[in-house]
Write a protein that binds this ligand. Structure first.
Ligand SMILES: NC(=O)c1ccc[n+]([C@@H]2O[C@H](COP(=O)([O-])OP(=O)(O)OC[C@H]3O[C@@H](n4cnc5c(N)ncnc54)[C@H](OP(=O)(O)O)[C@@H]3O)[C@@H](O)[C@H]2O)c1
Length: 253
């Protein structure tokens, strides 16, 4: 079996569903010792069981990534178990679709906590860990969105967080450079997940019209795997992956 991530230690957030589940599966199958992170412990346990049965090394690591203390304990689990953390995928997130005038401060704060503050908490812990370990370094892969470039209507909080993730990735790339820490961002378009299920899509592939194609989580996972398997000196800094027919992002045609 081709295992380009053999014995690397990976933490994948949002691994209970959608894109994060696809990335966690791909990383574990590529040989990474993978901590599966989300709040739904039962879903993580089921995924860990499936991957373990296949011969992969994956453990459920229930954690609310908006909570500073839980994030600290998550990294401690990685370093206590394997001595290091090589790859962190900051994928956990929520969608938000509300007209600007109806967005309450509580809603704004919730979306920022899950989509942005969690990425700060996870990245800060990743930098601390990756700087301290020997050999130094690692990779941080952040989940952006095409909304970081072309917003969906009525999504002010979501759009703000995805623009901020672009900036945070830039900062991490610069600040991590002298310590072997490489940061990248993926901007997916429509991908099968609980996001698309809420809009009535429960299978990947073509929809009612050409515009309605929905990618599989595995399509995005292949990009994450490519980012994670490049030589440490090389950074696929930013990748936008979307259905080619997604006219809401690349119009006309
Ligand atoms: N699907 C798309 O079309 C699309 C397009 C562009 C960008 N994205 C981005 O892709 C990422 C993944 O979303 P998805 O589409 O795969 O949606 P999803 O199926 O709803 O997955 C979201 C994941 O985040 C986890 N999560 C949410 N809050 C959390 C918290 N506080 N602590 C820990 N885990 C938490 C959820 O698990 P629990 O509920 O179990 O905690 C779940 O595993 C998001 O950042 C999203 O913005 C998605």
């Amino acid at each position: 079996m081709n295992q380009p991530l053999r014995d690397r230690v990976a933490i994948v957030t949002g691994a209970s569903s959608g894109i994060g589940k696809g990335i966690a599966e791909a990383f574990a199958r590529a040989g990474a010792r993978t901590l599966l992170v989300a709040r739904s412990a039962n879903k993580l346990e089921a995924l860990a069981k499936t991957l373990t049965r296949e011969g992969a090394t994956a453990f459920a690591a229930p954690c609310d990534v908006t909570r500073e203390e839980e994030v600290g304990l998550l990294f401690k689990r990685g370093t206590d178990t394997w001595g290091r953390v090589d790859i962190v995928v900051n994928n956990a997130g929520v969608a938000s679709g509300t007209a600007t005038e109806d967005v309450t401060l509580a809603h704004w704060n919730d979306v920022l906590a899950i989509n942005l503050t969690s990425v700060f908490l996870m990245s800060r812990e990743a930098v601390r860990t990756m700087k301290a370990q020997s050999p130094q370094g690692g990779r941080i892969i952040n989940m952006g969105s095409v909304s970081a470039k072309t917003p969906r209507p009525d999504s002010i909080a979501y759009t703000a967080t995805k623009h901020a993730i672009q900036g945070m990735t830039h900062q991490l790339t610069m600040d991590g450079r002298n310590h072997g820490i490489v940061a990248s961002v993926i901007h997916p378009g429509a991908t099968l997940s609980s996001f698309t299920a809420q809009r009535g899509r429960t299978s990947a592939g073509p929809g009612a019209t050409a515009d309605d194609y929905v990618m599989a989580a595995d399509d995005v996972a292949r990009v994450a795997l490519l980012m994670a398997t490049l030589p440490p000196e090389v950074n696929l800094y930013e990748a936008t992956i979307l259905p080619n027919t997604m006219r809401s992002f690349i119009g006309r045609g």
